[in-house]
Design a protein around this ligand. Structure first.
Ligand code: NAD
Ligand code: TYD
Length: 335
């Protein structure tokens, strides 16, 4: 089997590509634009594998996408590529709408034209919006996105589903909760806090820090996507959660404890506009229909993640140079 993976140089996409190469005999073609978030260092361990090929390109480029699909004839498209960060989507929504909505459209069109056997659209629990306790979103919950990021993902979910309903394109949609693990760009909560703690810089907590997220180790997410790819039913949506809900402040306390840094590094800063208070997800459907379960407990996963960042200082220094500094100043200075 051959997979066309989009966004395979990013955090989750690269974990998925590494896992597929390690655990299956499938071939992988990785189409990635290498934005600030794309990093081929994430794939160094498998780059010379015979079953792997990299194509540098934009999913919004219809001619390129069509020629890649026509030349490679993949059996499956697994679509990760996205502008994935809420704060950046607030500062600059245009590329978010372009890649997340227009790029998904471009891929769906190529999949339809070339009669692809399965289209896995990777989405997020953020499309359900903020949920009051004790609600947990099932796949039937209404979409209620708050940020340009989550709205663009909700739009692309609906577009992907329309290709199943209208054209019978075999689309399956996954909606995962907040991921963490190695190779995550240090703009997201956990790697940002780890990288700042290492350097004794302040840890910027938005608002009161009591917003709740459900934390999913990246390899558990990737195994969930594999389960959906192999056993999911056409036209269906599958939630993939970590079953570990924590307030942000508790996550930050654990990072400080594991890095041996003082709580005085915590700095409360102005809240994110439109900040969703609580995400919560039920993964019952995926667990019922497949043997998938999230297996990593949060404490072990966080310790492992911190060790990865400690051992990969050159990776951190590289991704935090250049453009990252401008982003950091824009988002955090005088906040
Ligand atoms: P990421 O930002 O780490 O990586 C995104 C990748 O997509 C990068 O390699 C980037 O170069 C590539 N890309 C961006 N625009 C592109 C374009 N126009 N053409 C081709 N490639 C492009 O993102 P991530 O955290 O790995 O997220 C991957 C997917 O999973 C996204 O669709 C995201 O919405 C979804 N998701 C993420 C999380 C999370 O916690 N990070 C949770 C649930 C779902
Ligand atoms: P983030 O990792 O950006 O993921 P998302 O917004 O997609 O859930 O943020 C996770 C939570 O952490 C969210 O409630 C916002 C909060 N947060 C901070 O308090 N400070 C920060 O510097 C960042 C990046 C996030």
């Amino acid at each position: 089997m051959k997979l066309l993976v989009t966004g395979g140089a990013g955090f989750i996409g690269s974990a998925f590509v590494r896992l597929v190469i390690a655990e299956t005999a499938w071939h992988v073609v990785n189409l990635d634009k290498l934005t600030y978030a794309g990093n081929l260092e994430n794939l160094a361990s498998i780059a010379s594998n015979d079953g792997y090929r990299f194509v540098h390109g934009d999913i919004c480029d219809a001619a390129l996408v069509d020629s890649v699909v026509a030349d490679e004839r993949p059996d499956v498209i697994v679509h990760f590529a996205a502008e994935s960060h809420v704060d950046r989507s607030i500062l600059s929504p245009e590329p978010v709408v372009q890649t997340n909505f227009r790029g998904t459209f471009t891929l769906l069109e190529a999949a339809r034209k070339h009669a692809i056997g399965r289209f896995v659209h990777v989405s997020t629990d953020e499309v359900y919006g903020s949920l009051a306790r004790p609600l947990e979103a099932t796949e039937e919950f209404p979409l209620n996105p708050s940020s340009p990021y989550s709205a663009s993902k909700a739009g692309s979910d609906l577009l992907a589903r329309s290709y199943f309903v209208t054209y019978r394109l075999p689309v399956v949609i996954t909606r995962a909760s907040n991921n963490y693990g190695p190779c995550q760009f240090p703009e997201k909560l956990i790697p940002l806090m780890i990288a700042n703690a290492f350097e004794d810089r302040s840890l910027p907590v938005y608002g009161d820090g009591m917003q709740v997220r459900d934390w999913l180790y990246v390899d558990d997410h990737c195994h969930g996507i594999l389960a959906v790819l192999e056993k999911g039913r056409d036209g269906e949506i599958y939630n993939i959660g970590g079953n570990r809900s924590l307030p942000n402040l508790e996550v930050v306390h654990q990072v400080l404890a594991l890095t041996g840094k003082p709580e005085s590094l915590i700095q409360y800063v102005t809240d994110r506009p439109g900040h969703d208070r609580r995400y919560a997800l039920s993964s019952e459907k995926l667990m019922r229909e497949t043997s998938w379960r999230p297996v990593m407990d949060f404490e072990t996963g966080l310790a492992r993640t911190i060790e990865w960042y400690r051992a990969n200082g050159a990776w951190v220094a590289h991704v935090r140079s250049g453009e990252y500094r401008t982003y950091y100043e824009t988002n955090y200075t005088n906040r």
